[in-house]
Write a protein that binds this ligand. Structure first.
Ligand code: GTP
Ligand code: SPV
Ligand code: MN
Length: 586
């Protein structure tokens, strides 16, 4: 009898029948070998070694460029434990159906065994996973995104304390693609995709869907949140977690260059996508970033919008589906240069505008977190950072004002639960469709979302110093269709108000939806924005909110009896407040 890890690796090898099994140690040398293998395979090229040292461009299969929510499954024994917002498959049926796709899938290939830690090396909040994969790109990416290799191996030893994830590229046919989670076994099976969230199993599959199940069982939280520290004049740093849906601005908020740096306000990055949070003895919820790298959206990132990211990308970065200039530098829309002559598109062809954008709209970079100039000195603190505010937000061309605060925790949970956002290129399917996306977790909740709401309500009662809850919208548009708010580094002005509210200051206007920023309370020095735009940004229009209330109700009704009654209560109170507000105006 071997160790649990050895047994599982043997079992995986018997099923997938690889030619070779390689246990990854996470070394620099091994990384170089992975890159060499990727280049040999023919879909990866090296970038300009002078300007982008040790950087590579990987071109994925054009049918495999984003998360595929339609083939992502929660395989709990009972369908109701997956809930109405998840795809469900019976675990036995899933093992049979997907097992058939794994059968012999690694014939002629190498099976890599990738042990990794999610979270700082010595944190009690950290957890260990092992991914088995036949993709060198996945191994290379996991080395950037997690603490991969020997140290993780050491932590596992002879124990069964790791989350196993089996991954194979299969034949990359979308018809034979499945991302399956077995929450009762804490197991992940993914086949048929090499794309980030589908294939880097430590990320969404483990750190959100499986860890979310563990968090509920064990009384902590696993959220789709960035973690940032806002430094104020005098040097005090206040930490905040923000949940925005995919490609809605987490990385950019966490890594911004503050427009108020001259006044002493600065943003430090702890994490850009996922937060694991536990209640600590000081009464605060403490957050760690389980990841070690950033897997960020490239388009829209440039020297003007995000110089910190641009600086970080200059070395040791892996680009996916970006375009390439004749100087072999990465290129995408929004990088602050015109498309140069001789541009090669994301599929490796000379760029022709008739073929669409040169870089795929979901083109991404993978970069070690420590390379960010704005990385927080506390980003690997095993104790995590104490969170004072939660910020929800999404892409709303209308409806949601620039920023508002909830009345209390329960109302804040309702604000999160009724969140909606326009879909983006981060997942396959139509872009720009408004959908409800509670807490930015719609695609990432590994169990019944009604139980997730209950967990949030319960946590609020247990945290002695709970974060204050806010909602922001950087994406409101004017009649001309343009964004009303400049966004990016200017978002610090909103963070400053949030900080003031946390400290019991900051003027607000009480409205039916919560405390909306009062016009005069926003620091406007150095910002060129019209009074009309500010009015439009802060407007709470009852005619916009009525359909929101109706849609939220329909959404809530899908959960039946399982929905916490507190949320219906909050819904009723909001409707009532609008009734009163409308009556008052008459
Ligand atoms: P995931 O990695 O998919 O979870 O996304 P994310 O939430 O980290 O999104 P990210 O910060 O990468 O932003 C996605 C897109 O939104 C990019 O194209 C950004 O340029 C754009 N964006 C980010 N912040 C802002 C903002 O404040 N205003 C505007 N207009 N666009 C923004
Ligand atoms: C997201 O889609 O929310 C991401 C990118 O952060 S992925 O890792 O592909 O899920
Ligand atoms: Mn994400």
């Amino acid at each position: 009898m071997g160790t649990p890890l050895e047994n599982w690796v043997d079992e995986a090898a018997r099923l997938t029948k690889p030619d070779r099994v390689v246990l990854c140690d996470g070394s620099e040398e091994e990384y170089r070998g992975m890159v060499a293998e990727m280049i040999r395979e023919g879909h990866t090229v090296d970038l300009n070694p002078r300007t982008y040292s040790n950087c590579y461009l990987h071109r994925s299969n054009p049918n495999d460029v984003a998360r595929t929510e339609n083939v992502t499954f929660i395989c709990s024994r009972k369908k109701d434990d997956a809930g109405p917002t998840n795809n469900w498959m019976d675990p036995r049926e899933a093992k049979e159906k997907i097992g058939a796709l794994f059968d012999g899938a690694m014939r002629g290939r190498t099976m890599y065994v990738v042990p990794y830690i999610m979270g700082p090396m010595d944190s009690r909040i950290s957890k260990v996973g092992v991914e088995i994969t036949d993709s060198a790109y996945v191994v290379a990416s996991m080395r950037i995104m997690s603490r991969m290799g020997t140290s993780a191996m050491g932590r596992i030893g002879a124990s069964a304390e790791f989350v196993p994830g089996l991954h194979s590229l299969g034949d990359l046919d979308p018809q034979r693609r499945y991302i399956a989670h077995f929450p009762e076994e804490k197991l992940i099976w993914s086949v048929g995709s090499g794309y980030g969230g589908n294939a880097l199993l430590g990320k969404k599959c483990f750190a959100l869907r499986i860890a979310g199940v563990m968090a509920r069982e064990q009384g902590w939280m696993a959220e789709h949140m960035l973690i940032l520290g806002l430094e104020s004049p005098g040097g005090k740093v206040t930490y905040m977690g923000a949940a925005f849906p995919s490609a809605c601005g987490k990385t950019n908020l966490a890594m911004m260059v503050s427009a108020l740096e001259g006044q002493g306000y600065r943003v430090w990055t702890v994490g850009d996508d996922i937060a694991w949070m536990k209640i600590e003895e000081d009464g605060y919820l403490h957050a760690i970033n389980p990841e070690a790298g950033f897997f960020g959206v490239a388009p829209g990132t440039g020297k003007r919008t995000n110089p910190n990211v641009m600086e970080a990308l200059r070395r040791n970065s892996l680009f996916t589906n970006v375009a390439m200039t004749p100087e072999r530098e990465p290129w995408w829309d929004g990088i602050d240069s015109e498309p140069p002559a001789g541009l090669i598109d994301w599929q490796g062809r000379p760029w022709n505008p008739a073929n669409g954008p040169a870089a795929h709209p979901n083109a991404r970079y993978t970069v070690p977190a420590r390379q960010a100039p704005c990385i927080s000195p506390k980003w690997e603190d095993p104790a995590g950072v104490p969170i004072s505010a939660f910020i929800f937000g999404g892409r709303r061309r209308q409806v949601a004002p620039l920023v508002y605060q909830s009345f209390d925790w329960q109302h804040g949970v309702f604000v999160g639960a009724m969140m909606a956002s326009e879909t983006t290129a981060a997942a396959t399917g139509k872009v720009g469709v408004t959908r409800r996306d509670p807490m930015a977790m719609l695609p990432f909740c590994g169990y019944n979302m009604a139980d997730y709401f209950r967990h949030w309500l319960e946590m609020g009662k247990r945290i002695p110093k709970p974060p204050k809850i806010f909602h922001v919208n950087w994406f409101r548009r004017g009649a001309d269709g343009k964004f009303l708010w400049p966004g990016f580094g200017e978002n610090v002005r909103v963070l400053k108000w949030i900080l003031e509210r946390v400290g019991g200051r900051g003027a607000a206007q009480e409205t039916p939806i919560g405390y909306v920023l009062a016009r005069g309370a926003l620091t406007l020095e150095g910002l060129n924005i019209s009074d009309e735009a500010m009015d439009a940004l802060l407007q709470v229009n009852p005619a916009d909110w009525e359909p929101e209330l109706e849609d939220t109700k329909q959404f809530f009704l899908r959960f039946g009896e399982r929905l916490p009654r507190e949320l219906l209560e909050e819904h009723g109170k909001l409707a009532q407040r609008f009734g009163l507000a409308v009556a008052a105006q008459d």
